[in-house]
Design a protein around this ligand. Structure first.
Ligand SMILES: [Zn+2]
Length: 242
């Protein structure tokens, strides 16, 4: 009987979530192996006896995009379709298909997003609309905040990044995930403040956080927004897929 030793180590993934890694030291294993269990989403790392756990965690670090992609696929998808529930600016809305021509409309009093046109085009039209809404909301916030710092943003792009909500490049281009438009407005506000602050401070030091806080709307609480992204953010990746 081969001897096995099992330890558990927390690991901070780049989506900001700390997840426990179960590490098994096995005298039979020939190579490093990662397994995700399909029920609880537990992450299991098997190491040959000769490999130190620290080396195993380095391996996890290299593979984390793959692990996060696997974990997100374990969650049930919410495809874009007539009748689905979709969060929009933090509010759960009902997607309602309505025949005939017309632009997509958001009816806040009814918590409804009305999509016209042929039903087979609904998923694509809804996605295009969400991306457009994300761009408009985040652009307005970013431009206003950058203006406070006397900086002109070169470009704002909307993407579907798997591992981050936003980024800032040295040529003053900001990128955001369109999925943020599903989050509450204070989360959008925090993300815009965060990326705009990077235009001046390309790090996460005390000056950066001070600057971020100074750019927030009065009703935005940074810790709350960060907590929301940490606890709820991953769920946003289930929208728009089967
Ligand atoms: Zn940052």
């Amino acid at each position: 009987m081969a001897k096995e030793q099992v330890i558990e180590e927390p690991f901070l993934f780049h989506d900001g979530v700390e997840r426990p890694i179960t590490i098994k030291l096995s005298s039979r294993a020939r190579r490093i192996q990662i397994k995700i269990d399909h029920h609880g989403g537990g992450i299991h790392l098997t190491l040959p006896k000769s490999v130190k756990p620290i080396k195993g965690l380095e391996f996890i670090k290299k593979q984390q995009a793959w692990i996060l992609a696997k974990l997100s696929r374990l969650e049930e998808g919410h495809p874009f379709e007539d009748g689905m529930k979709l969060p929009f600016k933090g509010r759960i809305c009902r997607v309602h298909h309505s025949p005939g021509r017309g632009l997509i409309s958001y009816l806040p009093e009814q918590a409804e997003i009305r999509v016209h046109g042929q039903i087979e085009h609904l998923p694509r039209r809804l996605l295009d609309w969400l991306r457009k809404e994300a761009k408009s909301d985040l652009s307005q916030r970013s431009v206003a905040k950058a203006h406070k710092l006397g900086i002109t943003i070169k470009q704002i792009t909307i993407r579907d990044q798997k591992t981050r909500w936003g980024s800032c490049s040295s040529n003053k281009t900001l990128s955001y995930s369109w999925r943020l438009i599903m989050a509450p407005p204070t989360v959008l506000d925090y993300m815009a403040a965060h990326e705009v602050a990077h235009l001046k401070e390309m790090n996460h030091g005390p000056n950066f956080w001070h600057l971020t806080d100074s750019l927030l709307d009065p009703c935005t609480n940074r810790e709350e927004a960060q907590r929301w992204l940490k606890n709820e953010g991953r769920k946003l990746f289930a929208y728009g897929r089967d």
